[in-house]
Design a protein around this ligand. Structure first.
Ligand SMILES: Nc1ncnc2c1ncn2[C@@H]1O[C@H](COP(=O)(O)OP(=O)(O)OP(=O)(O)O)[C@@H](O)[C@H]1O
Ligand SMILES: [Mg+2]
Length: 258
């Protein structure tokens, strides 16, 4: 399987706190990876570094053999690494369709984005873009909301919109930060089915952070488990499920929460 992303010894220090302390991974094309771990393990910080939102304190990242360590988020996005956020970041006051059209413009200048939101000069390009955006909405099953304002959507549909938006940017690798957070079991199951279909259709790779073990175990082919900034176990779902360190990390938390 051709290699897509190589991560070597990634570290992030926040004033004395080693939030990530040596994260290494090899991701292949067309595979779905899980990143699990208890609260504060460093999962979001890893995605922040892979997407360029945070500069690593140490380590390196290569995308299809090109070093992207510490590059700006827009440059990384242009290469095809697109992410969602743990807390939704939609353009609340514009329509669902426009949100996706803006997502598709990741490699264009800001003036094009302004064009989408008002001017009529770019009609033809706009129509093509609109068609693509509608396709993405259909893939996520939220096409009926196309004309609604993004913030008027039910929460589950907003989470789907976030994914539709980054799909429009022709990603090679999706980094999803808790895409099923706040979804009910039925919505989570539906999301799993849609992500499987999307992977097949676009032949892309996905790395997703997720607390819902049903989602992780049914979707991911390979899982990285983190605790206190480090990888404590990695492997196929069945291996991870039985790993003593993983069980301890989760049971430890359950005891503390009880
Ligand atoms: N910008 C920041 N400045 C200082 N500390 C931070 C910053 N971002 C994260 N941290 C700390 O780094 C550690 C890892 O945080 P991170 O958000 O990566 O965890 P996580 O695994 O995503 O947790 P959760 O499951 O709760 O989302 C935590 O202790 C957090 O408080
Ligand atoms: Mg997080």
């Amino acid at each position: 399987m051709p290699e897509l992303l190589t991560v070597n010894g990634l570290e992030k220090n926040f004033k004395g706190l080693k939030a990530v302390n040596g994260f290494s991974a090899k991701l292949s094309e067309n595979q779905i990876y899980g990143l699990i771990g208890t609260n504060g393990a460093g999962k979001t910080t890893v995605i922040n570094m892979l997407s360029g939102v945070l500069k690593p304190s140490a380590g390196s990242v290569f995308f299809r053999g090109i070093e992207i360590t510490g590059e700006r988020p827009d440059k990384i996005a242009k290469l095809g690494i697109l992410r969602t956020y743990q807390n939704l970041r939609l353009f609340k006051k514009v329509s669902v369709l426009q949100n996706v059209m803006i997502g598709a413009q990741i490699d264009k200048s800001y003036s094009n984005i302004e064009a989408i939101l008002g001017m009529t000069r770019f009609r033809q390009e706009e129509r093509k873009l609109e068609e693509k955006a509608l396709n993405m909405l259909e893939l996520m099953g939220i096409e009926d909301y196309a004309k609604e304002r993004a913030d008027s959507l039910p929460y589950g549909a907003q989470r789907k919109l976030e994914i539709a938006r980054i799909l429009a940017a022709s990603p090679k690798l999706l980094l999803l930060d808790e895409p099923a957070a706040g979804l009910n079991p039925q919505e989570s199951l539906e999301l799993v089915q849609r992500l499987k279909k999307i992977r097949e259709e676009f032949e892309l790779a996905i790395l997703l952070i997720e607390h819902d073990m049903k989602v992780v175990m049914s979707l991911c082919e390979y899982i990285y488990a983190m605790a206190a900034g480090q990888i404590i176990a990695e492997g196929e779902p069945k291996v991870i499920r039985e790993d003593p360190k993983v069980i301890e990390a989760y049971l430890g938390r359950a005891k503390k929460d009880a």
